[in-house]
Design a protein around this ligand. Structure first.
Ligand code: GLN
Length: 444
């Protein structure tokens, strides 16, 4: 009740929720009370949570912030959510995002932008902007987001919460609406690192329904938190500490480094030489995969169907024209172009090769360090509308988060300071594949 009241009083000015599942939440909370009374209790029993609207939730509207799925009721649960639900987590509702997770500001939503609770004139980050804003506004205890190129870490940074992108394959993507399948990964967004460790433990692990989920044991992440950072060797990639980095962000990084030194961590400079190619590589691979994944929305099997059409092809064209927003259309065109015959080798195949080089940069760096420390974003949250006219500027703002997805490694964003104009600044810690324990340990 307390969280539902909080949503009611704060959400009109934040717009973090697309759907609030009030009646079901109250029923589930009552069931959780019973479960607790009978002693059948797990860490998540009765905990009020909310999910990015990209997660399928059985019987609950799931829109992916698109007009295309405006009336779509999911027929089954995403595995990550099914695991939380089986522990008795209570779903408060579904959260706003950029349409089909395409964006960095939560402005590309068919349901209007989400506003940053710290300053409502600013963006909360994206694409999981609702998931971050809901934590910052204390509308939910924990949320889930997805991260294809930074969509968990960047909004967490802009809203002053914790966001963890696990290693590709750590968490099942089953029942998560696909954006770019080789990059998408599910992760927790929380108020602190302990909650992130706890939630990751619940959602991680092999799922026979997702062949890319890896069958290796899930460690007790909570145990890792107590180990401290003494003796850890942390790399500072020189390509991430560039001129033009916002002075407030630079200051927050310097202060964090000083604190880690005091606690006994050691720092060395490392190089990730292919960093400059990451944004271009990402926008070829992500849009190529997206153009293929979004082919399923044709207005026939499910999704928005145009009322007027002159035949089957026209029906598909009309439905897609009406259902998709401008950014989604832009990406479909870019991706289709990159995959088309005659251009495939020059763009898509080339991008795959550069992706391997970016991955090798990280493998090389992790030979000499345990972790990497970087900013999450070059600036604190910008103003709503500031970058909408210039998609390229928007794409470039993801430079520090995108390489991580291309390499498939894990990363966490934790609060590290406040800018002169009162907005949160996050710090990013990156770890080896399946090294979630070490990034949680250092983040704690
Ligand atoms: N901003 C990036 C994009 O628009 C990343 C989004 C994401 O991680 N889902 O593709």
């Amino acid at each position: 009740n307390s969280f539902l009241n909080r949503i009611e009083s704060t959400d009109p000015s934040i717009n973090a929720f697309i759907t609030v599942t009030k009646e079901q939440a109250l029923l589930d909370a009552a069931a959780a009370d019973q479960r607790i009374a009978s002693g059948d209790c797990s860490p998540l029993t009765g905990i009020p949570v909310a999910l990015k609207d990209i997660f399928l939730t059985e019987g609950v509207r799931t829109t992916c912030a698109s007009k295309m799925l405006d009336n779509f009721i999911a027929p089954y649960d995403a595995t990550a959510w099914a695991r939380m639900k089986s522990q008795g987590a209570v779903l408060l509702g579904k959260l706003n995002q950029d349409e089909f997770a395409m964006g960095s500001s939560c402005e590309n939503s068919a349901f209007g932008p989400t506003r940053n609770p710290w300053n409502r004139e600013h963006i909360p980050g994206g694409s999981s902007g609702g998931s971050a804003a809901a934590i910052a506004a204390q509308q939910a205890v924990a949320t889930l987001g997805t991260d294809t190129g930074g969509s968990i870490r960047q909004p967490a940074s802009h809203c002053g919460c914790v966001g963890l992108k696990p290693t590709y394959g750590r968490v099942s993507r089953y029942g998560v609406i696909a954006y770019a399948s080789s990059l998408d990964q599910v992760g927790p967004m929380t108020r602190d690192v302990t909650d992130a460790a706890l939630l990751l433990r619940v959602i991680a692990g092999h799922d026979p329904k997702d062949s890319t989920s890896v069958d290796c044991p899930v460690p007790d992440y909570m145990a890792a938190l107590k180990q401290g950072v003494k003796g850890l060797k942390i790399g500072l990639p020189k390509e991430y500490f560039i001129e033009g980095l916002d002075p407030d962000v630079q200051r927050a990084m310097d202060q964090a480094i000083a604190v880690y030194r005091q606690l006994g961590a050691e720092f060395v400079e490392v190089s990730l030489p292919h960093t400059n190619y990451a944004v271009a590589t990402y926008y070829l691979i992500a849009t190529a995969e997206a153009s293929s994944n979004l082919a399923r929305y044709e207005g026939v099997r499910f999704g928005h169907r145009a009322k007027e059409s002159s035949g089957l092809i026209d029906l598909m064209m009309q439905s897609r024209s009406e259902g998709f927003g401008a950014e989604v259309k832009r990406r479909i065109m870019l991706g289709t172009y990159a995959l088309s015959s005659g251009y495939y080798d020059a763009y898509y195949i080339k991008a795959q090769k550069v992706r391997t080089l970016i991955q090798q940069d990280f493998i090389e760096a992790f030979k000499s360090v345990d972790l990497l420390l970087t900013p999450v974003a070059p600036t604190p949250a910008f103003k709503i509308g500031e970058k909408t006219a210039d998609p390229l500027q928007m794409y470039l703002s993801d430079i520090f988060t995108i390489p991580v997805n291309l390499a498939g490694i894990c990363g966490i964003s934790v609060p590290a300071g406040i800018s002169a104009n009162g907005l949160p600044i996050g710090l990013q810690l990156l770890g080896r594949p399946f090294g979630e324990e070490s990034i949680l340990r250092a983040a704690f």
